[in-house]
Design a protein around this ligand. Structure first.
Ligand code: NAP
Length: 292
């Protein structure tokens, strides 16, 4: 399978290692050999093909994974416009708005938004120039069925690698994506504001915001035909299960990097405005994160 991976961060390095035998091309700003520590603390070394965003693509592609943070989206669009051809494109980013951001240049039948419970963190050492990624959880992935001819190639490959990946129709994926969006809209900003790992959140005073945040987001989801309720107990479970992890938004804030708040809370606010639903708690949280 000819596979390109847009991004060279945590998840890109994990997926690069998983699909290593397909000789994937990684596209980003910097990458060299890197060390991957798996959940059992086993360390492996990987040295994949790498190109910068502006370099001409050396090949055509069956499948392209998008594994960047949202601020890289203009580079992604530009790359896809030039080099995606008829490939099947799979964005694994958190947040929503992938269709609005990527169609066009893509055709709807090319785009298969996916979600994953894999968890990986960068652990680079700029002093020695050694790139590292620590994988904390090997989870599942759910992908949108789009009846693209290359979907079969990817399904076969995923099966031969023993990956717990499953494909679902767009309506079912919409529910899963909203559920994940709501979880991210609560855990990410609250952990970034509290400066605490996920597992500590339910015990903190700031967690009182989780109930109105969840109710607001569920109301917006229902306005778009997504039947969803009682998401909060699942979110508490998720925060507890990922206890020691620092959310990606907390990590971004600590590193002084732009966060993905626009694609998470920003998306919910945008949809709420269109549907005429007031969601003051999400608006307040959005402003607080922006002020960080
Ligand atoms: N990591 C996980 O466990 C996990 C799990 C589920 C979902 N996700 C989602 O997957 C996506 C990727 O996450 P990640 O953890 O792999 O992020 P990451 O480690 O921070 O890597 C992000 C990638 O995006 C690039 N990037 C970010 N801003 C950019 C900009 N302005 N211009 C050019 N490139 C830019 C980075 O390039 P540089 O390295 O050059 O900055 C890097 O290649 C996110 O949407 C995240 O929410 C992650």
């Amino acid at each position: 399978m000819k596979i390109a991976i847009l991004g060279t961060g945590s998840l890109a390095r994990l997926y690069g290692a998983i699909f290593q035998d397909d000789d994937p091309l990684m596209i980003g700003r910097q990458l060299g050999p890197y060390l991957l520590t798996d959940p059992n603390e086993l360390v492996s070394r990987h040295n994949l093909r790498f190109q910068r965003w502006d370099d001409p693509s050396p090949d055509s592609w069956d499948v392209v994974f998008i594994l960047v943070k949202w601020p890289a989206m203009p580079l992604v669009r530009n790359w896809l416009q030039r080099w995606a051809g008829d490939a099947l494109i799979i964005p694994f980013m958190n947040g929503m708005g992938q269709e609005d951001a990527l169609i066009p240049p893509l055709h709807p039948s090319q785009l298969s938004p996916a979600i994953t419970t894999d968890a990986a963190f960068r652990d680079d050492d700029p002093m020695t120039g050694v790139w590292r990624v620590a994988v904390k959880n090997r989870g599942q992935a759910q992908l949108t069925q789009v009846a693209h001819p290359n979907e079969l190639i990817l399904r076969d490959r995923a099966q031969s690698l023993g990956l717990p990946w499953s494909w679902h129709d767009a309506e079912f994926m919409k529910v899963l994506r909203w559920k994940k969006l709501i979880a991210n809209s609560i855990i990410n900003p609250l952990s970034a504001l509290a400066g605490q790992p996920n597992g500590d959140l339910p015990g903190l005073p700031i967690w009182r915001l989780s109930k109105p945040l969840c109710q607001e987001a569920e109301t917006v989801a229902r306005a778009y035909g997504v039947e969803i309720d009682r998401t909060l107990p699942w979110i508490v479970e998720l925060a507890t299960d990922t206890g020691p992890n620092r959310s990606s938004m907390l990590q971004d804030v600590l590193l002084g990097k732009p966060t993905e708040i626009q694609a998470i809370t920003g998306y919910i606010i945008e949809q709420a405005k269109k549907a005429g639903i007031p969601i003051p708690h999400h608006q307040a949280l959005y402003q607080l994160i922006e002020s960080l």
